[in-house]
Design a protein. Structure first.
Length: 315
C-alpha cells in the first residue's frame, strides 16, 4: 500500500464527507493505493455515524472510535499503530489542510528519502493576534530548544515514512513535537514544505490560547525527556553533588575558622553560615535521592495503554 492518511477528529461531522471526497479524488487521480483512517476522539455530534456511512461505501475508509476524548496525541498514536502504508500522511479534519499537497509530500518521502516532511503554513488565515503571533513565538522557542529547524511545528499536515511512526511514542500532548521525537529516535532527515492553508469552513476551532501555554510547558518537558529521560540521575545526581559540595565547603570553612582562628568566638550554630551549610547539604541529598528513585521507576514501569477504543471499522 502506498499511503495511509491518518485523520484525528473531534466533532467535525459537517466536513467529513467533503474531506473524504477530496482525498479520494486526489488518490485515484494519482493511482495511489491508500487507506483513510479516521480516529474519532470522543465526538458527540454524529461524526462517528458519518464515518460508518463512509466505510460502508468505501472499504478504504477505516475508523477508530475512542470511548471518550483522550486527546490528539492519543488519536495519532492509535492511527499510527494501524497504518499500513509505506508513507503515512497526517492531516486535520477541518478542511484547513489541502489534500492536493499529498502527492508532493509522498514524493519527498519516497524519492528524496526524507524520514519526515512537515508542512509550513506560510500564509495563514487565522486571527493574527490570537494565533499567528503566539505561534511564531512558540515555533522560535521550539527551534532553539530542540535543534530541529522547522518554521511550523503546529502544522497538522505532515508526511512520514512508515518506519518512523512505528518507532516513536506519541503521548500526552506531544503531537506538536513529533519531529523532535523523530529526531531523538534517530530519524535525522527531516524536511519542510510550504503548504496551502485554508480558512475553516465549518464549525469553530477546538483550540484556544491555552494550547500555547500548554505548548511551552510541553516544550520544557520534551527538552528534559530528550536530555535526561533515560538518565535522570545525570541531572538530579549532578545537582545533588553540587549542592552537597557547597554545604560541605561551608561546614569545612566553619570548622577551620573555629579551630584555628576564633576558638573562643561564637558557637558554630550561632553563625548564619551553619544554616546555609545544613540546608544545602539536605537539598543536595534530596536531589540525589530523587535521581536514584527516578532510575528505579524508569526501569520498573511497564508500558500502559493511554486510551480505550470503543469500536473499529474495516481493520
Amino acid at each position: 500500500m502506498n499511503i495511509s492518511v491518518v485523520i484525528p477528529l473531534l466533532n467535525e461531522k459537517e466536513s467529513l464527507k467533503e474531506l473524504y471526497d477530496w482525498i479520494a479524488k486526489v488518490m485515484q487521480s494519482n493511482h495511489f493505493s491508500y487507506e483513510i483512517i479516521f480516529i474519532d476522539d470522543g465526538s458527540t455530534d454524529g461524526s462517528w455515524q458519518q464515518i460508518e456511512t463512509l466505510s460502508k461505501h468505501d472499504p478504504n475508509v477505516k475508523g477508530i472510535r475512542f470511548l471518550k476524548n483522550f486527546g490528539k496525541s492519543q488519536a495519532l498514536h492509535a492511527g499510527f499503530s494501524k497504518a499500513k502504508g509505506e508513507v503515512v500522511i497526517t492531516m486535520d479534519a477541518d478542511l484547513q489542510d489541502n489534500p492536493e499537497e499529498i502527492p508532493e509530500l509522498y514524493k519527498m518521502i519516497v524519492n528524496d528519502n526524507f524520514d519526515l516532511v512537515s508542512g509550513w503554513k506560510k500564509k495563514r488565515y487565522d486571527n493574527k493576534l490570537t494565533k499567528n503571533l503566539p505561534s511564531k513565538l512558540f515555533n522560535w522557542a521550539a527551534r532553539k530548544t530542540s535543534g530541529v529547524k522547522l518554521n511550523d511545528f503546529n502544522c497538522g499536515l505532515k508526511a512520514y515514512h512508515n518506519n518512523v511512526v512505528k518507532h516513536i511514542n506519541v503521548n500526552g500532548e506531544m503531537h506538536r513535537y513529533i519531529p523532535v521525537l523523530a529526531k531523538n529516535a534517530g530519524f535525522l532527515k527531516i524536511g519542510e514544505k510550504v503548504v496551502q492553508h485554508q480558512a475553516r469552513k465549518y464549525g469553530e476551532t477546538k483550540f484556544g490560547m491555552d494550547r500555547f501555554v500548554n505548548g511551552f510547558l510541553d516544550l520544557i518537558t520534551i527538552w528534559f525527556i530528550s536530555r535526561f529521560g533515560k538518565r535522570p540521575m545525570h541531572l538530579f545526581g549532578a545537582l545533588g553533588v553540587i549542592m552537597f559540595a557547597i554545604g560541605l565547603s561551608f561546614a569545612f570553612y566553619l570548622g577551620v575558622d573555629k579551630l584555628f582562628f576564633h576558638p573562643y568566638g561564637r558557637l558554630i550554630t550561632q553563625r548564619p553560615q551553619f544554616y546555609i551549610s545544613l540546608v544545602t547539604m539536605i537539598i543536595g541529598s534530596q536531589f540525589f535521592v530523587a535521581g536514584f528513585l527516578g532510575e528505579i521507576i524508569l526501569r520498573n514501569t511497564p508500558d500502559k495503554k493511554r486510551y480505550l477504543i470503543k469500536k473499529e471499522l474495516n481493520f
